[in-house]
Design a protein around this ligand. Structure first.
Ligand code: FES
Length: 182
């Protein structure tokens, strides 16, 4: 069998079986015509519908998540006096209970005269965290979890979520807890 320079066989070299198959394919095409142009249009229309529906769905999901985020962040809790400013020394922690008598919490005075307070319950498996002033962190001894003292964000170990932050209000020389941000 001779070949074209591109390696394909010449038409006149096709075997009878191959010629028969080609004729049958032509007959099928004639009997069942398919309009490729129309197919192209439908595809574009479908693509447009898909884009519109997907955009709408994404917008709805984003709006729902934003709403849930707002609801989650809304601090709620009783107003409770926590400490006198003079009692909170930089580098030391003041432990208290908030918002319920069983909920242990920790109040810190950070460099720069900033006061922050967190739930003492580790977000991994609920062990109590302790302040380590020399490293500016809250440490969970159960599995070596570490949280940033300024933000409450997890920095090392198994915890994936930040510590719940207790909202503080300063009125003169008194510090009050007014809610918990999850
Ligand atoms: S309970 Fe705190 S790291 Fe596991």
């Amino acid at each position: 069998m001779s070949e074209r320079p591109d390696g394909r066989a010449r038409a006149d070299d096709a075997t009878p079986a191959r010629r028969g198959g080609a004729r049958q394919a032509q007959r099928w095409r004639a009997e069942f015509p398919y309009h490729w142009d129309a197919d192209d249009l439908v595809s574009r229309r479908e693509l447009l519908h898909f884009a519109v529906y997907t955009s709408g769905a994404l917008f709805s999901i984003t709006a729902l998540l934003a709403l849930l985020g707002l609801l989650r962040k809304a601090p709620a809790g009783p107003t409770q006096q926590v400490a006198h400013v003079a009692e909170v020394v930089e580098g030391q922690a003041v432990y208290f209970r908030y918002p319920h008598p069983d909920d242990e919490a920790v109040l810190l005075r950070l460099p720069g005269d900033q006061f922050v307070a967190y739930s003492q319950k580790c977000t991994h498996l609920s062990c109590a965290v302790y302040y380590q002033a020399d490293q500016q962190r809250l440490f969970c001894p159960c599995h070596d979890g570490v949280f940033n003292a300024r933000t409450g964000d997890p920095e090392a170990g198994p915890p994936q979520r930040r510590l719940p932050r207790i909202v503080l209000h300063r009125d003169g020389e008194l510090l009050y807890a007014t809610g918990v941000e999850a």
